[in-house]
Design a protein around this ligand. Structure first.
Ligand code: INS
Length: 592
């Protein structure tokens, strides 16, 4: 990143675009410029998915949103991203990476404008749907574009920068949420509308940036392909690289067979194996619970004794910053230790830290304070909240919260009360109807219980981010951008990005129900088990792709899937015998 920064420093801001526009001879600056403008798509992905939590706090009051509407506004973006990432494969093949990135940034800008001027919840929903469509296309196109323009020794790092921008976008969103939360009227318009700035910047930049040379070559535009390649390689001799792309496209034509691309992928073993690896990685990324941990971080922090809401918002940005910081470690490590080791270490660490988180929740649940005070308010007689005997069961019901007093550190005079539907920071009735009043010695806990084991949960959270962010955060995107043959690349990435978004929706929508059935510690033990399964999957199936040319990847998937990890990138070379579809283990020879 330091190198990227220095390289970018060397390029004067306006000159960078102009230089690209004039299509002068390239320089290393150029490849970093390409990566930067592309990764703005990652930034928007992170910003638009991250900003909504803070915006929702203001929106639900201003627009009087029911919980159904709140859920709709949050999840429609992720749902739309799932659909458009799948469609993005087709669009990429047809129009190319550049047009798709332009389209995504246009959609982002339109969505940002719609949201910032929305005068009712229906228009707002339209805006959220629109940005979701942009996120889906960007999420599958940007890594592919960066991978295709990068030299192989920088590819991992540059694609990983896209994920750095995603987590950077999430962090900036949390800061913007913090700043505008002080503006109770219309603050959400700024939160949601500000995304127009990076979107417009990306759109402008891409008007001047070139198409991927690999896509051009695939479409038969040989002249432009050679021109672009030599420009992005800084004028050095590109004959060898050009020839290798060209001949692999020729051979792929023989390999690829007939019919729709997805069918061809499924019937051609190396591409099918790559698809399984790509989709599996994306699935395990989401099943290890990153988005519930991020989403739940504010509550985790509240459990640790942060009572003040503003404070919780700022601490949530500390979480997002930690995620960003450790993704930076990933950018640094990816070309040093390689994708496989990074993913393995990361997913194992993720599983262990999820166990720490779960253990923290378990101990807190076991020491859960009992309900000792039963208010005699007749309006409460029909409420299920008053039937709970411990804080743990009370807080697992989203309609109830825990109202208590303190004697030193001990919880006293505690009751389980219905929550105020319009404002979860207070009870619907009784002592806590004004929320926490420290001066009066009354505390309101919604979604959590007072506990002295919160430090274990906090430790688990930090360990989780430190383990997940450098590896399982970026590697699924990085690996997917490089493992497919060119003819299958758009479709392969579309499918795996679709799996990512679908699993994202599944995990976020089911989290509260899972927590209700299994309790919080049960939910985190479950995610930990899924992460361990993911570890087994990575051990068995993920080959090392570091240092290989995109055209050399197919060789890694020539073997049976479960032996994928066996051959390192340095030790296998694939020898095409006759360009046919069938290959046996003899086709793979060792360097030695
Ligand atoms: O790689 C990203 C990153 O880890 C983000 O923090 C997460 O929110 C996304 O779901 C994931 O795809």
């Amino acid at each position: 990143i330091w190198r990227t920064f220095n390289q970018m420093k060397g390029c004067k801001a306006g000159e960078v675009i102009l230089r690209a526009a004039r299509l002068q001879h390239g320089s290393p600056c150029f490849i970093y410029t390409l990566a930067f403008f592309s990764a703005l798509g990652g930034f928007l992905f992170g910003y638009d998915t991250g900003v909504v939590s803070g915006a929702m706090l203001l929106l639900k009051r201003e627009m009087n949103l029911s919980s159904l509407w709140q859920e709709l506004l949050v999840s429609i973006t992720v749902g739309a991203a799932a659909v458009s990432s799948l469609a993005g494969g087709y669009l990429n093949g047809l129009f190319g990476r550049r047009i798709c990135i332009l389209l995504a940034s246009f959609i982002f800008s339109a969505g940002g404008i719609i949201m910032s001027v929305a005068h009712n919840k229906e228009v707002l929903l339209c805006g959220r749907l629109t940005v979701g469509l942009g996120i889906g296309i960007a999420s599958m196109t940007v890594p592919v574009y960066i991978a295709e323009v990068s030299p192989s020794e920088l590819r991992g790092q540059l694609v990983t920068i896209n994920t750095l921008f995603i987590t950077g976008g999430q962090f900036v969103a949390s800061v913007v949420d913090g700043v505008f939360s002080y503006l109770p009227h219309d603050g959400w318009r700024y939160m949601l509308g500000l995304s127009v700035v990076p979107a417009a910047l990306q759109f402008l930049g891409f008007l001047f940036l070139p198409e991927s040379p690999r896509w051009l070559l695939q479409k038969g535009d040989t002249q432009n392909a050679r021109l672009v390649l030599s420009r992005i390689r800084g004028g050095v001799n590109v004959d060898e690289e050009y020839e290798s792309i060209r001949s692999s496209i020729e051979e792929e034509k023989i390999d690829a067979g007939e019919g729709p691309v997805l069918w061809r992928i499924l019937t051609f073993a190396p591409a099918r194996r790559a698809l399984i690896v790509g989709c599996g990685l994306q699935m395990f990324q989401q099943l290890s619970g990153i988005n519930t941990v991020m989403y739940y971080s504010a509550t985790i922090l509240q459990m640790s004794g942060v009572q003040d809401d503003q404070m919780a918002i700022w601490l949530a940005s500390a979480t997002a910053f930690t995620n960003f910081l450790f993704t930076l470690v990933g950018v640094w490590l990816v070309e040093r230790v390689g994708r496989r080791k990074l993913s393995l270490g990361s997913i194992l660490g993720t599983a262990v830290s999820l166990m720490v988180l779960a253990a923290g929740f378990l101990l807190s649940a076991q020491a859960s304070p009992p309900v000792t005070f039963h208010p005699n308010d007749p309006s409460l007689h029909n409420s299920t909240c008053i039937t709970y005997r411990f804080c743990e069961s009370c807080m697992l019901n989203p309609d109830c919260g825990f109202c208590y007093g303190k004697n030193g550190t001990a919880v006293v005079e505690s009751s389980c009360m219905p929550v105020d539907v319009a404002n979860t920071e207070a009870a619907a009735a009784g002592r806590c109807s004004n929320g926490t009043q420290e001066s009066a010695g009354v505390f309101w806990a919604f979604n959590y219980c007072p506990t002295s084991y919160s430090w274990i949960v906090l430790l688990g959270l930090v360990l989780y981010l430190a383990a997940f962010a450098p590896g399982m955060g970026p590697m699924p995107w990085t690996v997917n951008s490089e493992i497919y043959p060119l003819w299958a690349r758009s479709t392969g990435n579309a499918c795996s990005a679709g799996v990512n978004w679908i699993c994202n929706v599944l995990v976020s929508l089911t989290f509260l129900h899972v927590a209700q059935y299994l309790t919080y510690y049960g939910a985190f033990f479950l995610y930990s088990g899924l992460a361990l399964l993911g570890f087994v999957f990575v051990v068995g199936c993920l080959p090392e792709t570091k240092g290989l040319r995109l055209e050399e990847m197919e060789s890694l998937f020539g073997r049976q899937l479960c032996s994928c990890g066996a051959g390192g990138s340095q030790s296998v070379h694939y020898i095409r015998v006759n360009g046919g579809n069938c290959r046996s283990d003899e086709d793979v020879t060792d360097d030695e």
